[in-house]
Design a protein around this ligand. Structure first.
Ligand code: ARG
Length: 290
């Protein structure tokens, strides 16, 4: 407690004591009546508060939300994915980190982040080691077999990165080419599905796929649009082609059947959306295109 607050509290306590003693100073003469009025008021407010709390508890399961670690919201992510999650010196920052932070705050929990391989995120959620997977994760029917998803919070595309002088101008030109992807991502899943395993080189990090492209080890990289923009800023001689590969939506992954967590996260997300906070977070990391 700060000294200022402490002395204010002491002063208030002394006034109350004086009032209780029924001293004769002008300040205390009026006190009994006031105190009474205040008491009833206080009681009323208390009653109102309890009521408010009760109805709140009914609509917000967050009040009894069970988490993997008491008092914490454990988030698993793969912080190789700017601007959604990336390392800034020793910290992990980004859009997902801020969204998860705001959700944790609304739920009265402390956010804890675990940075793991992208394709370990769903297994960690399934085995109950983490409460949420927030990793620019695309909602897919296959993933829905293993985890539940929150409402979506971002729209995304898979784009194709090529060398500036590449002959690849669109999706149709990918036939017979070797594509670099981040292991386990939708880029990996779609490209493997469409062209077969032999056409795919998998990397642990998106940036590694991009470097392989620059070194001529692969002909193209299929990866999410926003990280793609960041990666090509750091590696010379690359471009994103206009035609995108897919459209998709990001959501937060939660253990299957944990409806309390899904509802709590959705309620918090809705609040962030309506307050304009979500847009604010996104605008901090993604500048509108000129
Ligand atoms: N949106 C893609 C997917 O869900 C890629 C996500 C990669 N995220 C990450 N943090 N590395 O598969």
């Amino acid at each position: 407690m700060s000294k200022k607050i402490l002395s204010a509290v002491l002063a208030a306590a002394m006034t109350a004591m004086l009032a209780a003693c029924g001293g004769s100073s002008t300040a205390t003469t009026a006190a009994p009546a006031e105190t009474k009025a205040e008491e009833t008021k206080a009681e009323e407010t208390k009653a109102e508060e309890t009521k408010a709390e009760e109805s709140k508890a009914e609509e917000a399961p967050a009040a009894e939300l069970e988490t993997v670690q008491k008092g914490k919201l454990v988030m698993v992510t793969n912080a190789e994915f700017p601007p959604y999650e990336f390392h800034d010196q020793n910290a992990i920052v980004g859009i997902d980190v801020e969204i998860a932070g705001a959700i944790a705050e609304q739920l009265g929990l402390e956010l804890e982040i675990e940075d793991i391989a992208f394709d370990s995120i769903i297994p960690e959620i399934v085995s109950g080691k983490a409460d949420i997977g927030a990793a620019g994760m695309t909602v897919t029917e296959d993933r829905k077999q293993n985890v539940d998803f929150s409402d979506t919070y971002a729209h995304a595309t898979q784009v194709i990165i090529v060398k500036e002088d590449s002959e690849i101008k669109g999706v149709a030109d990918l036939e017979g080419k070797i594509m670099g992807v981040q292991q386990g991502t939708t880029g990996d899943i779609y490209v493997s599905g469409d062209y077969g395993d032999a056409a795919v080189e998998r990397y642990a990090k998106g940036m590694e796929a991009v470097q392989a492209l620059a070194q001529g080890k692969v002909d193209a990289v299929v990866i999410d649009g926003e990280p793609a923009k960041q990666y090509i800023k750091e590696v010379e001689g690359l471009k994103i082609i206009d035609e995108s590969y897919t459209d998709e939506d990001y959501a937060i992954a939660i253990k299957k059947g944990n409806t309390a967590m899904v509802e709590a996260v959705n309620a918090a997300l809705a609040e962030l959306k309506s307050e304009g906070k979500l847009d604010e977070i996104v605008a901090k990391y993604i500048q509108a295109e000129e």
